[in-house]
Design a protein around this ligand. Structure first.
Ligand code: ZN
Length: 55
């Protein structure tokens, strides 16, 4: 069984700093992104805002 290197990351709104989303990130292999960033709807800002990975 192949062991996948995955990490649970939290996505934080860059506008209000609230942590709205959780996602999984691949740590090895192809498609590895050093720093995740998604445009997501923030319920605090009441609009779409860039969400970045936090530690
Ligand atoms: Zn926000």
């Amino acid at each position: 069984m192949a062991k996948e290197a995955r990490k649970l990351v939290t996505l934080e709104c860059t506008v209000c700093k609230s942590r709205n989303y959780h996602t999984e990130k691949r740590l090895k292999g192809q498609g590895v992104i050093a720093r995740l960033e998604f445009s997501k709807y923030c319920s605090v800002c009441k609009k779409r805002a860039p969400h970045k990975e936090t530690k």
